[in-house]
Write a protein that binds this ligand. Structure first.
Ligand code: UTP
Length: 418
């Protein structure tokens, strides 16, 4: 065994990786060894095993102080304030200080579309459209209104990057200025089986899965995009998902509200339908902003009503966020917490035999974009109307499906002549 290989095996022994060690010692060809050694050398094994060791630890939330977070209601905003925010926001957009990021690195497992979610096609009252096209059309409308060309950044993952670029190329970016579109890839973390062995997949390599949309912060920096934005004079960056077909990606009110309130981050919210709705809501956790999942919010709090008869924890996160560049710079260097999902993953056993599983057997680790909010004392929240800004496509059928989203979209178009 050469020195390099001995070093890699030593690294693996430290973390009890008996399955990979056996594969490397007794099963792999020299070429295969070469490939996996390179991969292992690039991994932060300490971090991966740390995630594994904490995978089943449930955080003790009993000592947390959960409080209501203040918000601005767009519907009841007085005319003067509305104008003030609008002017402030428009000035920023017109001065070419605004950019948009679409997070499109997800796997879209629930929808089950073959290919990146942005290449999913819907049939609306305005004709057939791909999800990427819906986003580009909103950008083009804003460009025309404000006399600018807003830079558009798309976060992809290793799994869908090439397909995403090929698809947009083949549609000539739906008429968008190609020079204003940039792609960057999110990070990955190895999956780990319940027994602590890292998953080796049928390609004889370690299975690395996308590390969640919280990857955006460090990935932007790694790709040199933060630097580029700064050089280009970009100050405010909107970040949204790929699958909400009513997402308002250029809204001067949100920009104006945030800059006027002196905050570096903000989000839009919609009102929670009922205390049991399975959504994440904004709150203050131990004094800082946070999105708390429905599973973590005690029932009595979920049902708590304020003096106006509204749910105290009723501001639903719709993945519609705004960041000042300074916030993104700070978040590029913080360590976000990881959340663990339990998934099915076929793997090679220690003898190189492919084991096909029918039950979840491995941990996948993900960080979430909203965990970045807790690194700030405050954020602005703008409550908007659900029927105007929230039509997500998550599931193949039932709630949050193409059918429900298209209905909402069509209703909106009819109501506002859009
Ligand atoms: P979701 O959490 O809805 O995940 O992502 P998803 O991948 O689209 O769908 P499922 O859960 O597999 O069915 C919300 C947004 O965050 C992006 C998605 O592309 C979507 O726009 N995302 C999610 C990433 O960019 N990277 C990730 O690792 C996860």
């Amino acid at each position: 065994m050469n020195i390099e290989l001995t070093e890699t095996i030593k690294k693996l022994e430290k973390y009890n990786q008996s399955e990979i060690i056996n594969l490397m010692k007794n099963v792999y060809t020299n070429e295969e060894l070469d490939k996996i050694t390179k991969q292992i050398d690039g991994l932060d094994m300490e971090q991966v095993m740390d995630l594994y060791n904490n995978a089943t630890k449930i955080p003790d939330v009993s000592k947390n102080k959960i409080e209501h977070i203040g918000y601005t209601n767009l519907s009841t905003l007085d005319e003067e304030k509305f104008k003030e925010f609008k002017t402030a926001g428009e000035d920023i957009i017109k001065a070419n200080k605004y950019a948009v990021i679409t997070m499109a690195g997800g796997q879209g497992t629930r929808l089950g579309h073959k290919g990146p979610k942005g290449t999913f096609k819907i049939n609306t009252i305005n004709g057939e459209k791909y999800l990427f096209q819906v986003i580009i059309e909103s950008l083009m409308k804003a460009n025309e209104k404000y006399g600018v060309t807003i830079p558009w950044y798309v976060m992809t993952s290793d799994d869908n990057n090439n397909q995403t670029i090929d698809s947009l190329e083949s549609h000539n970016y739906f008429g968008y200025d190609k020079d204003k579109v940039k792609f960057f890839k999110q990070g990955k973390v190895p999956m780990v089986k319940v027994d602590g062995n890292i998953v080796v997949d049928e390609n004889k390599l370690i299975k690395e899965a996308s590390d969640g949309n919280g990857s955006i912060y460090k990935s932007l920096k790694r790709a040199g995009i933060l630097e580029q934005m700064k050089n280009d004079g970009i100050e405010w960056i909107f970040v949204g998902g790929v699958d909400n077909i009513l997402l308002r990606i250029v809204d001067p009110i949100l920009v104006g509200l945030t800059s006027t309130e002196g905050n570096l981050i903000s989000s839009k919210s919609v009102v929670k339908n009922n205390p049991q709705e399975k959504v994440g809501v904004f709150c203050k956790l131990n004094g800082v902003p946070k999105v708390i999942e429905y599973t973590e919010l005690p029932t009595e709090m979920a049902e708590d009503i304020d003096e106006n008869g509204q749910l105290k924890f009723g501001e639903v996160n719709i993945l519609s966020h705004l960041f000042n560049i300074k916030a993104l710079e700070k978040l590029a260097d913080v360590k976000l917490p990881y959340h663990t999902a339990f998934k099915k993953s076929n793997y090679l056993d220690k003898d190189g035999k492919l084991v096909e599983v029918t039950e979840p057997n491995a941990y996948k680790f993900e960080s979430y974009i909203f965990d970045g909010f807790s690194f700030f004392d405050n954020m602005s929240i703008l409550r908007v109307k659900r029927e105007e800004e929230f039509a997500p496509i998550k599931n193949a059928s039932g709630s949050d499906s193409p059918e429900t989203a298209i209905n909402l979209y069509n209703e909106y178009v009819k109501k506002y002549n859009k």
